[in-house]
Design a protein around this ligand. Structure first.
Ligand code: ATP
Length: 620
């Protein structure tokens, strides 16, 4: 990465220290200017404080809530989404990093920085221990911590203990398959009923949705008024999957429970909270106008940022039950925070972890487990077997599709198969089949840009399909079978960033179809503001979706985006087949590198007291 001299010529960077970090590629211009602007407000002349401020802004861009000054020099290069590889940047250790103790001292003495006990909004930054926050994020973290602790401390909701015990035994019967294992689903049922907040954590197929359906049946079977239930997830796609999965799980319950539950719909978290684009408070529901629901279930919690979590807690009544569901081993939210991972820490007794895999039994589950537990040798051995559901093949970044190389050939075959099936269904006017076809395989990348990135592969795949499949993409911008990705929320259309769809014929003419639980949403393509073609997508965007087969383009081992969570998330998107394109070294590096996001939530949240109270002793 060469020094960004052309940008520098246009805008002056005053601080020589910040300039040095900027030229080394650690700080972006926006980070520098934010820090210098804040510094000017209070005439801060200590460059070390400005450096800490700029690095805090940078840390937020990369998903951390704050900057840990003791580990700041471990940061990777700034533009984490560009091509990485050998650079001409001096090594990070050669930069003039301030000595940590003196740096902390300088921050403590600065008029820019408030201490942990100062009143809110006193100063633009806040130092708590060794963690430096922008005030807004400190407030959000404080709000999330305080609200979770308050809900954990609050008296359990009133319950009929006899009914609870009876229905717990009925809805969570002992299962022979568990032979000797603890029945965590039953434990989760009890926790969800007797606590105000429960975290239900588990990988794919561990029965999270099944447990949610049974828990809701348990609560609806309680005597008294019928509890109002809301189901939500961060994206429209994930919400649609949640609604469908809850319906399926409900269908397996006794008829009387099915009747009590009825048909539960799910919405995005934004929609549930009443998102108002452009309005001052942004959400209709907040602490002054809370949601009416007695039980709020949020799925795919790993995708929920700190900011959204703070808004969610504001809007859910303190006396309601909140059930937070997700896989803490997946990638965290695109925006700052790792809320689910933070609140799933071992000290948090409101967490129930489901560990038994009811769905998969095979290579994909084994590979996911090896990656999750940091066992690179096992992961590589599984990939090297050359049969079954998982494989690793080399990728020449300069080469294209259809080159004859084994891995690339498999990718080409899958791309062509999925595109042909989507086009056939689209021509025939079958939106559901076209949607199913585009979900049969997905090409995933870690990067957005560069030779391993989504932008390159999207163009490459579209051009290759047009060359290979007669008539493909020949009918204009919105060609039949074109796979679409929504890139911005559109509340009016109920379309959300990350939703995927397909262009298809219908009785009413050409439409863009998007999957929903009951039937696809259909819009004339001209009504769509923010869509792009999606032959390839980032692993982040694929969260909340699953595909029959997944191919992951691995970036080079030195890419800072190549983390354990990225690899685990990509692998667990697949139901039947995972193909990794890249090197064994890249796999090993990914497995060895858990993503680290700085935040104070995990360490500062007090463990909740053991549940007691009105429900009486009910044993799991
Ligand atoms: N206790 C159980 N007994 C028998 N089958 C179960 C049990 N729990 C879950 N299953 C089955 O395992 C499969 C996966 O369950 P479920 O969809 O609830 O998992 P999940 O954790 O929500 O998965 P995902 O995260 O992939 O959506 C389903 O087919 C379900 O019927």
């Amino acid at each position: 990465m060469s020094a960004p001299t052309t940008e520098l010529a246009a805008v002056e960077v005053r601080s020589p220290l910040l300039d040095r970090f900027h030229r080394a590629g650690v700080l972006g211009l926006a980070d520098v200017h934010t820090a210098e602007g804040l510094g000017r407000m209070v005439r801060e002349r200590d460059e070390r404080v400005l450096l800490a401020t700029a690095l805090t802004v940078r840390a937020l861009r990369n998903g951390s809530v704050c900057l840990d000054l003791t580990t700041a020099s471990d940061v990777a290069l700034a533009d984490d989404d560009a091509l990485t590889g050998p650079t001409d940047t001096p090594s990070l250790e050669e930069l003039p990093w301030p000595a940590v103790d003196a740096w902390l001292e300088a921050c403590r003495g600065s008029a820019l920085v408030a201490g942990p006990d100062a009143p809110p909004a006193d100063r633009p930054l806040r130092l708590s221990g060794t963690l430096l926050y922008l005030e807004r994020y400190w407030q959000q973290e404080e709000s999330v911590r305080a609200q979770l602790e308050e809900r954990q401390r609050a008296a359990p909701p009133a319950l009929d203990a006899d009914a609870l015990e009876r229905d717990l035994a009925r809805l969570f019967p002992p299962d022979v398959e568990l032979a000797g294992e603890v029945d965590h689903q039953r434990e989760a049922g009890l926790a969800g009923a007797t606590r105000r907040v429960t975290v239900l954590a588990g990988g794919p197929g561990t029965g999270k949705t099944t447990t949610v359906a049974r828990l809701l049946a348990l609560l609806r079977a309680q005597p008294g008024p019928r509890l109002r239930v809301a189901l939500a997830a961060p994206t429209g796609k994930a919400a649609a999957r949640l609604a469908e999965a809850v319906r399926e799980a409900t269908g397996r319950l006794p008829v009387e429970d099915q009747e009590r539950l009825g048909t539960l719909d799910a919405s995005t978290v934004h929609r549930l909270l009443g998102w108002r684009p452009g309005s001052k408070s942004r959400f209709r529901h907040d602490a002054t106008n809370p949601l009416p629901h007695d039980v709020v279930v949020v799925d795919e919690m790993s995708m929920v940022s700190l900011t959204l979590m703070a808004r969610l807690l504001d809007a859910v009544r303190v006396d309601a039950r909140l059930v937070l569901v997700g896989d803490p081993d997946q990638l965290s939210s695109v925006e700052a925070g790792a809320v689910l991972a933070d609140i799933s820490g071992p000290a948090q007794t409101s967490v129930v972890r489901l560990t038994h895999n009811w769905r998969f039994d095979g290579e994909i589950a084994d590979l996911a487990d090896a990656v999750r537990t940091g066992d690179a040798d096992r992961a590589v051995a599984l990939l090297g077997r050359g049969h079954g559901g998982v494989a690793l093949a080399p990728l020449d970044p300069a080469g294209g599709l259809g080159t004859g190389a084994a891995g690339v050939d498999e990718l080409s075959r899958r791309l062509a198969g999925s595109a042909e099936a989507a086009r056939r269904a689209a021509v025939a006017g079958d939106p559901a089949a076209a949607l199913e076809a585009i979900e049969s395989h997905r090409l995933l990348c870690a990067h957005r840009r560069g030779p391993y990135g989504v932008t390159r592969w999207n163009v490459e795949v579209e051009q290759w399909l047009a060359r290979t499949l007669p008539g493909y993409a020949a009918d204009g911008e919105f060609y039949l079978g074109r796979p679409l990705l929504v890139t911005a929320n559109d509340r009016d259309l109920d379309l959300w960033n990350g939703d995927t769809g397909v262009v298809t014929n219908t009785d009413a003419g050409l439409r863009a179809a998007f999957a929903r639980a009951d039937r696809p949403l259909l819009f004339p393509p001209v009504r769509l503001d923010a869509v792009q073609t999606v032959h390839a997508m980032t692993v982040h965007k694929a969260q909340g979706s699953q595909f029959d087969a997944v191919t992951l383009v691995l970036p080079p081992p030195e890419s800072p985006l190549l983390t354990r969570e990225l690899l685990y998330t990509a692998i667990t998107r697949a139901r039947e087949r995972v193909l990794l394109l890249g090197t064994e070294e890249a796999v090993r590096r990914a497995v060895a590198r858990p993503a680290s996001r700085a935040s104070g939530l995990r360490t500062r949240m007090a463990p909740p007291p053991a549940p007691t109270g009105s429900s009486g002793p009910v044993s799991a």
